[in-house]
Write a protein that binds this ligand. Sequence first.
Ligand SMILES: Cc1cc2nc3c(=O)[nH]c(=O)nc-3n(C[C@H](O)[C@H](O)[C@H](O)COP(=O)(O)OP(=O)(O)OC[C@H]3O[C@@H](n4cnc5c(N)ncnc54)[C@H](O)[C@@H]3O)c2cc1C
Length: 325
Amino acid sequence: MEVFDVLIIGGGPIGINCALESEKRGLKYLVLEKGTVANSIYHYPLYMTFFSSADRLELGDIPFITTAVKPGRRDALEYYQGIARRKKLNIHTYEKVETVDKVEEFFRVSSLKADYVTRNVVIATGFYDIPNLMNIEGEELSKVSHYYREPYGYAGKEVLVVGASNSAVDVALETYRSGARVTMVVRGDEFSPSVKYWVRPDIENRVKEGSIKVYFNASVKSISQDFVTLQQMSGTLVDVPNDFVFAMTGYVPDFRFLESVGIALDPLTKIPSYDPLTMETNVHGIYLAGVVCGGRDTHLWFIENSRDHAAKIISALGEKRNSKN
Ligand SMILES: Cc1cc2nc3c(=O)[nH]c(=O)nc-3n(C[C@H](O)[C@H](O)[C@H](O)COP(=O)(O)OP(=O)(O)OC[C@H]3O[C@@H](n4cnc5c(N)ncnc54)[C@H](O)[C@@H]3O)c2cc1C
């Protein structure tokens, strides 16, 4: 029976970093990834730009060289997939983990294709798979999307963008520049302070000149084929003509999966229980890495500040192994 030292669930940047660290430490590891390598980034908007400069997205000592200071999606895919390819990392793509069960001192990790036995598990599953739903009438219509790819399908159309942070602002500006008539709806009275510093003047000036209309202090009440109904804080309802809705309302980690493996979540914030020194959860032998650690607050962790989770975990595993020998 093949027994892994560590099975890493998720082949995003942080899962890849765990694989690199495992190689360095001589641990027997396997990454199971439900899509392609760096699957979340693969599904990002085609022309997005990272807010981090390339050096802050680097893994290990592998340089991330780009001609622009801020890399885009394609640069990041070349970089992360290139690492997996060149380092011949042990990754099974298109193999989603369904369950993790404790069997004596081991874990059985099961996908639809196979069962694996491992001493330790790292969960690096990110947060990009489950959108924060608005839970309103009409959200299920095919013209409503929580993901955005590129602007060219919307020229001459009425587009509503829901949200106040980077994703919403990027969608609004791109679709406006490609000929859409764009309205935004923002729950608070301003755009998020996290909007990229070089993008903020652009969106603010487009709003000021009236090219993009924004309803601040408002939310979407319902969506129908030809209209959206917005509700302002005063209670006033406004019908806005509409062809497409981009609900950039954020995403959440798969809490059900975390709970199914026995990880305790804070009832309010859903932040999982783990030791920040080793990243080990309340389930002995199960570790968390990357943005999955943030619970509902998906702005807490990003690549820049969670790259070091890999070294923490793998050095803890190395020490654990040495203390048993
Ligand atoms: C538009 C956008 C721009 C961003 N810009 C920046 C930036 O400039 N700088 C920065 O530091 N961060 C940025 N972030 C955040 C960062 O890109 C992501 O948070 C990053 O991808 C997190 O890495 P991760 O490995 O923790 O998670 P992810 O990259 O999400 O990787 C998780 C992986 O797990 C896989 N997976 C999930 N469930 C399973 C399962 N059951 N079985 C097997 N595989 C599974 C997924 O397919 C995915 O590939 C940005 C995020 C977005 C959305």
